[in-house]
Design a protein around this ligand. Structure first.
Ligand SMILES: *[C@@H]1O[C@H](CO)[C@@H](O)[C@H](O)[C@H]1NC(C)=O
Ligand SMILES: *[C@@H]1O[C@H](CO)[C@@H](O)[C@H](O)[C@H]1NC(C)=O
Ligand SMILES: *[C@@H]1O[C@H](CO)[C@@H](O)[C@H](O)[C@H]1NC(C)=O
Length: 475
């Protein structure tokens, strides 16, 4: 059976239109930069595509970027660091049917509760997920998702690492295992005789099995046992018998089906990766103005497999994540709550974007580009996202106490700005906080600042004559 699936995987890969998309993708690589930016800002991603629409829910994806690979190399399907952001929405008591993707997934439960089952090595593992949980599903391995929250919609944000994707026109390709007529199971691509032989059942049984459901990839389920218990030597047979009669898909035979199909064990002793909760851990940084936490491969090993990092930030009203740069990764973010502004700067020191964002907006920050996030005065600003590297990110802060400006202050830097060292030190020391900075202008701070400024002005000419201050210092 595993051989069959391997064969299936290989053969499906061969016929998915890689060649026909070749030219389009090549052209896309060049135009992507302009094409992707929205009217609201160059780095806002708002072109959501509905990739799954079903009675029990939907999946939407906004495409991100990758580095186009050398098209002459023969690895046309590969794109380094290609990451899309997806949103899985499921109604209560629904199942996202078993499937595998040409992309690995990092799931983050934003709201609700879920049970995710997937095939890890030779075993089927299941994990219960709650709000804030992160779990990685490797590309090419079958998984399913059940909304287990009582009467609660499930919202999952996912990072779709498509760097090893087939490179088709879709953001990713799903190969449904479970599925009858819609979605069509990849099993249906084999002729009935092949399947009948491989499954060791009659052709009629195969037809029943594959013709069963047509209600889309996210279907209503019940935890109740199937109405009629059929006794067979092998759990799979019972599954086949009942398939035609299901109005509501019973969950119970699902595990049986997968175990039977893949010839695997349900083995709870296998050491499968656990999930990781972002809210339960201590934030990496916290002060009075907010907190931020980042998950890399050292915290959660499966991230290494996708080479993707995960982060979560919560700023209090009016606070700001100090201007910084990611030296190692492009960053994608999605606003979970509140509103704020994202400012991004071009290498040439001009503003690339200053966009207002609120709940649900997706933005990205190219590697090396300086940027900052500012919460609006109305309330906390919470955003979550992915970085295109699982290694520790070492963000470089440009301003604030832990900034490179502070670290490098000295005659060299002063000369670089064309001011005296004393003046540079005054400027750099004015901000006593680091990483997450308080709201500005704040009436009291403003008054203090003016008083301090008055004192400085008495220090002499040097201070007064300073015109044409570098853009870096003015923000
Ligand atoms: C196929 O099924 C028949 C009975 O339906 C059984 O006798 C036979 O052993 C099965 N073959 C395999 C290879 O499992
Ligand atoms: C973010 O911080 C605010 C308070 O500043 C708090 O009310 C809110 O619950 C926090 N959000 C999360 C997800 O922790
Ligand atoms: C700075 O760079 C951006 C992007 O390359 C360009 O659009 C803009 O015109 C440049 N501005 C200046 C003043 O050179």
């Amino acid at each position: 059976m595993r051989f069959l699936l391997l064969f299936m995987l290989v053969s499906s890969c061969a016929f998915t239109g890689v060649l026909s998309d070749h030219e389009r993708r090549e052209r896309k690589g060049e135009e992507e930069w302009e094409e992707k930016g929205s009217k609201r800002g160059l780095f806002i991603l708002d072109k959501w595509e509905k990739v799954v629409e079903s009675e029990g829910g939907e999946v939407r994806v906004v495409r991100g970027f990758g580095l186009p690979m050398d098209h002459g190399s023969g690895f046309d399907g590969l794109r380094k660091g290609l990451l899309h952001i997806g949103l899985i929405l499921m109604e209560p008591k629904t199942l996202f049917v078993p499937q595998y993707l040409d992309a690995s997934l990092i799931l983050f439960v934003r709201r609700g509760e879920a049970r995710v089952g997937w095939i890890h090595k030779d075993a089927l593992v299941e994990r219960n997920l709650k709000m804030g949980d992160v779990v990685q599903i490797p590309a090419g391995f079958t998984f399913y998702v059940v909304n287990t929250g009582a009467g609660q919609r499930l919202q999952i944000i996912c990072g779709i690492d498509a760097s090893e994707s087939l490179g088709s026109a879709n953001p990713y390709e799903a190969f449904y295992i479970g599925g009858g007529t819609s979605p069509k199971s990849v099993l249906a691509g084999f002729d009935t005789k092949t399947l009948a032989t491989a499954l060791n059942v009659t052709s009629d049984e195969v037809d029943t099995f594959l013709g069963a459901r047509s209600r889309g990839p996210i279907v209503y389920v019940t935890e109740e046992p199937a109405g009629r218990e059929t006794k067979h030597r092998n759990g799979g047979r019972g599954f086949l018998d009942d398939a035609a009669e299901w109005k509501i898909f019973p969950l119970k035979p699902l595990k049986g089906l997968l175990i039977w199909l893949f010839g695997i064990q349900e083995d709870n002793t296998v050491r499968a990766p656990d999930t990781y909760n972002l809210y339960d851990r201590d934030p990496g940084f916290r002060n009075n103005y907010g907190w931020s936490t980042a998950l890399d491969e050292n915290d959660y090993e499966p991230l290494k497999d996708s080479d993707i990092g995960v982060y979560l930030v919560n700023l209090t009203a009016g606070s700001m994540m100090a201007p910084h740069v990611n030296p190692r990764a492009t960053e994608y973010g999605i606003v979970l709550g509140g509103s704020g502004r994202i400012q991004v700067v071009f290498p040439n020191g001009t503003t690339a974007m200053d966009a207002k964002v609120s709940e649900g907006d997706v933005f990205y920050i190219p590697r090396y580009f300086p940027f900052c996030q500012v919460a609006s005065l109305g309330g906390p600003f919470e955003f979550f996202g992915f970085t295109t590297s699982a290694r520790r990110n070492y963000p470089q802060f440009l301003l604030g106490q832990s900034s490179i400006l502070k670290t490098m202050v000295g005659p060299e830097l002063a000369a670089g700005f064309g001011v005296s060292e004393r003046r540079l030190r005054d400027l750099v020391d004015a901000q006593g906080e680091e990483v997450i900075l308080p709201s500005w202008p704040e009436p009291e701070r403003e008054r203090e600042r003016r008083e301090e400024q008055g004192r400085r002005e008495m220090r002499g000419r040097e201070w007064r004559s300073g015109k044409g201050v570098s853009p870096l210092l003015v923000s």
